[in-house]
Design a binder for this molecule. Structure first.
Ligand code: PBG
Length: 325
């Protein structure tokens, strides 16, 4: 007649709930993605990512200082060059925007902030693909590896702590690790975007980096099919074998099962990328008054941690870190 066990006893007060919480989201879990545009005089808002801007080299320094003072441990940098070309040469230019940003942030903040850089070509190519193209317009995996190796060296020379290859080329982690080690950058770590899906949730990001894939193309021939999870585990295994120090699953919320399975199989740090579309959906619904935006954001990020992620790359990083002060 009366319930034998009342689980509600431990839900009675906020302090009780805090005491028995299984998952804790903290500032240390957050990594802030930052966009730096070479051609701007002042920061420019990104329409589809409310609250996120394309920075200038000056404004990103201010933002990074602020993030570090809030206690956010790391940032992920994305550069938008003035000129895009077929081989994305600006990505490895020692004077390119991403390299200058890395050097500036290391100069300002030293080891107080982990400076990570997205390592890909799509922000730098005129066709918008993540690699070099063959004459027939398909991505040339193996030729791209040489370019990634060059980009890694340029970022390492600028002082980057972690390179984060996101192009989903086969063999990219090994190619980058080899070239870093050869050039005596054995201390530079690799965060591999290991299980990265061909997702429709990257839309606002492409506004942020001004990428349009040529001829209405997509990335389905190199990013993963959302239908697959065993394939994701194989991607992660290969990246770990090739020398990844940390791996990432991306996007996050539609792939919590992938996060959980990777966590169960691997002991190295696991990141999840709560991507632009995931952020934009929360912001848009909140702007309409349909949901409580900050509450949904916390619920989403807590769920990503509960699934097994150690850290979350999220556009909510600053907002949440400010709220947690
Ligand atoms: C590729 C890259 C992308 C994102 C991060 N790195 C875009 C893509 O693969 O098309 C997406 C991140 C987001 O949507 O927030 N350089």
């Amino acid at each position: 007649m009366f319930p034998q066990r009342r689980l509600s006893r431990l839900r009675r007060t906020p302090a009780l709930r805090r005491m028995v919480a299984e998952t804790r989201l903290g500032i240390d879990d957050l990594v802030a993605p930052l966009f730096i545009h070479e051609g701007l005089d002042s920061p420019s808002e990104i329409r589809s990512l409310p609250g996120v801007v394309q920075h200038t080299l000056e404004s990103v320094r201010t933002e990074a200082r602020h993030l570090a003072s809030l206690g956010v441990p790391g940032v992920m940098l994305f550069g938008i060059p003035l000129h895009k070309g077929s081989d994305g040469s600006a990505a490895s230019d020692p004077d390119g925007i991403i390299q200058r940003t890395i050097a500036a942030l290391k100069e300002d903040l030293g080891d107080q902030l982990v400076v990570m850089a997205d390592l890909c070509l799509d922000e730098y190519t005129d066709h918008g693909h993540c690699g070099l193209l063959t004459p027939s317009g398909t991505v040339n995996n193996d030729a791209t590896l040489y370019r990634y190796a060059e980009v890694a060296i340029a970022q390492a020379e600028a002082g980057v702590d972690v390179v984060a290859p996101s192009g989903m080329m086969d063999g990219q982690v090994a190619a980058i690790r080899d070239s870093l080690d050869e050039e005596e950058f054995s201390q530079v770590a690799i965060l591999a975007y290991a299980a990265k899906y061909a997702s429709a949730l990257y839309g606002p990001f492409r506004d942020a980096v001004e990428v349009e894939i040529a001829d209405g193309g997509d990335r389905r021939s190199y990013q993963q099919d959302p239908a697959n999870v065993r394939e994701a585990l194989e991607e992660v295994r290969l990246d770990v074998q090739e020398g990844a120090d940390m791996v990432m699953v991306k996007p996050a919320l539609a792939y919590l099962d992938v996060i959980t399975k990777v966590r169960a199989e691997h002991d190295i740090p696991l990141a999840a990328y709560h991507v632009s579309g995931e952020y934009a959906m929360v912001k848009a619904a909140a702007a309409n008054g349909w949901i409580d935006g900050p509450a949904v954001a916390l619920e989403h990020l807590t769920a990503i941690k509960r699934a097994g992620a150690d850290m979350i790359v999220t556009y909510f990083a600053r907002e949440i870190a400010e709220a947690m002060q």
